[in-house]
Design a protein around this ligand. Structure first.
Ligand code: PMV
Length: 360
């Protein structure tokens, strides 16, 4: 029997209200709600080839998938054994849990088991604060699901048209990597407990820039960070503050208030990094250039707000790289300003996107 091939593409997402701190012993359930913008071409491509009659086995080939999406050159991440076995468990979990979801939508599944071979690659450096695990787990969950559904065509149509199906697959993906559940929809996604779903927004379309201060592997993994932030004296009240800020952000998105979105993002970014800086033991992702960039952007955020010349939306993930969102129509101006201010730093340019997709 020929192998069944599943191909998917999933973008990364950048949180403005952060998922930081998970419920102990849970399958990546967040302490607080978070809100993110789904990106477009900063993404993972995944290809799963499955032999139903093969031995029960999983293999990560360390090669790029054999399909092209027009996203440009891709990088195959260097995965350690621990990461490979995490992905293997996730593929098995997906194989176990997806059939019940498909059944709910009237879709049939192949029997579980067999040999899964995975190829995946990113359009950006892994583990550099650009949430490679978010796009990777979303793409792997979707590509694996495509090898479980008997009728790929029917599944793809349902995936496009049923937000509930996307949200249920996102909940499986979340168990592999929390933030990946926000990469199934877009552009704006709200995640609370088990559920990640699209948010309505009246903001204009946004461009996304990453000032790539460093592309090397981060010294403190996000799993360690989720655990360690709870040792900070600032953890007390954090969950309520983040949830309140998420509600304020929802309101600002619904009314299209860019300046309020920028203010909330800026405060949230400083608060998450303050948790890192005051944890026991304290740690930081900042490098000298990160501080230089924060200072440079603070001049804009500290000047008077105007609707005609809105603040840039600025944030940092768990990494040294600075993310900036501006309306698409102002993107060329901002790109020039940033390149002039930081001539020696690589600038990645992207825009908002719609979430994970099936590649046929
Ligand atoms: O999904 P994880 O465990 O890699 O956590 C991601 C956490 C942050 O990127 C720092 C914040 C977020 O909400 O994406």
């Amino acid at each position: 029997m020929n192998p069944i091939i599943g191909r998917a593409r999933a973008p990364s997402n950048i949180a403005l209200i952060k998922y930081m701190g998970k419920k102990e012993g849970s399958a990546n359930l967040p302490e607080n709600s978070s809100i993110s913008l789904t990106l477009n071409s900063l993404c993972t491509l995944a290809e799963v080839s499955r032999e139903l009659d093969g031995p029960v086995e999983f293999q990560w080939t360390g090669e790029a998938p054999e399909f092209v999406t027009g996203d440009g050159p891709v990088l195959v991440p260097q995965l350690q054994d621990e990461a490979i076995s995490k992905i293997q468990s996730h593929v098995r979990r997906t194989d176990r849990e997806v059939p019940a979801i498909l059944k709910h939508f009237g879709l049939e599944s192949f029997p579980p088991g067999g040999r899964f071979i995975l190829k995946s690659a990113n359009t950006f450096p892994a583990a550099s604060g650009i949430a490679s695990s978010a796009s990777a787990f979303a793409a792997i969950t979707l590509a694996t699901t495509l090898t479980i559904a008997c009728d790929k065509e029917l599944f793809s149509r349902a995936f496009k048209s049923e937000p509930k199906l996307r949200s249920l697959l996102a909940a499986i993906s979340r168990q592999g990597s929390g933030s990946s559940c926000r990469s199934f929809d877009g552009p704006w996604v709200f995640w609370e407990n088990e559920q990640a779903e699209k948010l309505e927004s009246r903001l204009p379309e946004l461009a996304h820039f990453v000032l790539l201060v460093s592309a090397s592997e981060k010294s403190v993994s996000s799993s360690t960070a989720h655990h360690r932030v709870k040792s900070s004296p600032l953890w007390s009240g954090r969950v309520d503050r983040a949830n309140a800020r998420a509600q304020q952000l929802k309101t600002a998105l619904a009314s299209g208030d860019l300046n309020q979105v920028a203010r909330l993002s800026w405060s949230e970014c400083w608060e998450m990094h303050s948790l890192f800086h005051t944890a026991e033991p304290p740690f930081t992702y900042w490098q000298p250039q990160t501080i230089g960039a924060l200072n440079w952007f603070s001049a804009f955020l500290n000047s008077p707000a105007s609707a005609a010349n809105p603040f840039p939306i600025v944030t940092l993930d768990a990494g040294p790289n600075l993310h900036c969102l501006v309306p698409l129509e102002a993107a060329a101006d901002w790109e020039q300003r940033i390149r002039t201010a930081f001539p020696d730093t690589v600038l990645l340019c992207d825009r908002q996107g719609k979430g994970a997709e099936v590649i046929s």
